[in-house]
Design a binder for this molecule. Structure first.
Ligand code: C2O
Ligand code: CU
Length: 463
């Protein structure tokens, strides 16, 4: 829980005043867009049975109970949600991967005031891209996300090819003790390394759930890595999986899944041709760690539909502008360890340590006076981020508000994937190009939450 000092409270209310009340601002916005009735997302404390020993207490979600809802939106159609805070901890919602106006981005201080207990904030926007995305708070995330507040977003495109089934998996771990109750969310010595891992794995808040899908049919499997720490290496047994989209964008060329590494915040879409035999099992595993784990299984049911994955038409590319590499300005970005001064108090939860930095500057936490932006970009101009990892760890680096294209890497062949998160390896140098076409202050950070909260955060200003 954040430390509520009087100084913080004063700062917080000053910012709320400067921005105006969230409801009022967003209200005008929704009227102009003729948005639908807002979906209500009320934060709530809940209990759920993750382990056999009995219900886990102090879980957090949106809605009455259970996992946060899978939110379905339609590409190019207005969406609205009213966040109501039912927990005694300020919160916001960030719509990870959606290219929407800055005011709707959900970052405390940078884009909106945080929402206190019994307060509300109206979000309204039109998702421009179809694909698999997700949502989570951007305040006191170690606790709020660690205890359950991570949900999946599916943005549908009516022109997508037709599948015989679709399954969405919200993948994440829990830090639970043998009694099924939460234990300390992180360990400082791990935060200074790869991060603190969960003790219990889950898919859709269940351990190894099984789902039915038509035998011989084409299953669209949407995976979202909503964990705060873990990097996954996906592997499929019992059927072939074709990778059709990564991070909400169709892959330039489809390929058969062998193993694929993706970090926290990333998403994967597979087309799986289910086996012909009724009862045959397909299993999805994560083989990244020394303890490979089955995450979920899929059982073939009914008579074979005898479908062929090659019959699937393409997914539409999302309307992301292509950067002009010849005129692009380069932005150097170095990820390093830091032994800088400790972070400032933050109402959005400080972990109390600084271990990491971007261009030698360690983020001081969500405060009303953040460090200067990493760079100030001109609206409409092309840029290339030259990102270099000087640490011995992997980092899933996420940019808010704009999608980039991977241009090149010094360690491997990369496909020109459009994305919002790049999992950078130790000693890797990568070039990410994009057009600065969305005005505002856009956060950029490692999505290993312990890294994000101990310095590995910055932002780009587009004016
Ligand atoms: Cu999932 Cu700041 O992001
Ligand atoms: Cu990191």
């Amino acid at each position: 829980m954040p430390i509520l000092t009087r100084r913080n409270l004063l700062k917080a209310s000053a910012v709320a005043g400067a921005y105006g009340v969230g409801l009022g601002l967003a209200g005008r916005f929704t009227a102009a867009q003729a948005a639908p009735e807002p979906m209500v997302l009320k934060t709530q404390k809940t209990e759920a049975k993750i382990m056999d020993v009995g219900p886990t207490k102090n879980m957090l979600t949106w809605g009455e109970h259970g996992m946060p809802p899978v939110i379905r939106m339609k590409k190019g159609e207005p969406f609205a949600a009213r966040l109501i805070n039912g927990i005694d901890d300020p919160t916001t919602i960030h719509w990870h991967g959606l290219r929407i106006p800055n005011k709707m981005d959900g970052v405390p201080f940078l884009t909106q005031p945080y929402v206190y207990l019994n307060d509300a904030f109206d979000y309204a926007f039109t998702p421009p891209d179809a694909g698999t995305f997700w949502y989570h708070p951007h305040c006191n995330t170690m606790t709020q996300m660690g205890h359950g507040m991570t949900g999946v977003i599916v943005v549908e495109n009516p022109k997508d090819p037709v599948f015989d089934a679709e399954i969405v998996l919200n993948l994440r771990d829990w830090r639970l003790g043998g009694d099924g109750q939460f234990i300390q969310q992180f360990k400082p010595r791990d935060a200074a390394r790869a991060g603190t891992f969960g003790t219990v794995r889950s898919a859709n808040w269940q351990q190894q759930p099984q789902y039915d899908a038509p035998a011989g049919g084409l299953l669209r499997l949407r995976l979202a890595i909503a964990d705060v720490t873990r990097i996954y290496s996906f592997k499929l047994d019992g059927a072939a999986g074709t990778v059709i989209a990564i991070d909400g964008n169709p892959v330039p060329e489809r390929f058969t899944l062998d193993t694929l590494d993706l970090g926290p915040g990333e998403r994967l879409e597979l087309a799986i041709r289910m086996p012909d035999d009724e009862g045959a099992i397909v299993s999805l595993s994560d083989i990244h760690s020394t303890n490979p784990a089955v995450l979920a299984t899929f059982r073939a049911v009914g008579n074979s539909l005898k479908r062929d994955v090659r019959d699937l038409g393409p997914l539409d590319a999302n309307p992301v502008a292509k950067a002009d590499l010849s005129s692009a300005e380069h932005i150097p970005l170095q990820l390093s360890a830091s032994a800088d001064k400790g972070p400032s108090d933050s109402i959005c939860g400080s972990l109390g340590y600084t271990f990491w930095a971007i261009n030698k500057v360690a983020w001081q936490g969500d405060t009303p006076d953040p460090t200067a932006p990493l760079a100030e970009l001109k609206l409409g101009k092309s840029y290339v981020i030259d990102m270099e990892n000087l640490t011995p760890h992997l980092h899933p680096i996420h940019l808010h508000g704009m999608s980039f294209t991977t241009v090149s890497s010094n360690t491997k062949q990369v496909m020109p994937l459009v994305s919002d998160t790049y999992l950078i390896e130790p000693n890797e140098k990568v070039q990410l190009s994009f057009v600065a076409d969305n005005p505002g202050d856009w956060l950029l950070h490692c999505h290993i939450i312990e890294h994000q909260k101990t310095g590995m955060t910055s932002y780009l200003r587009v004016v």
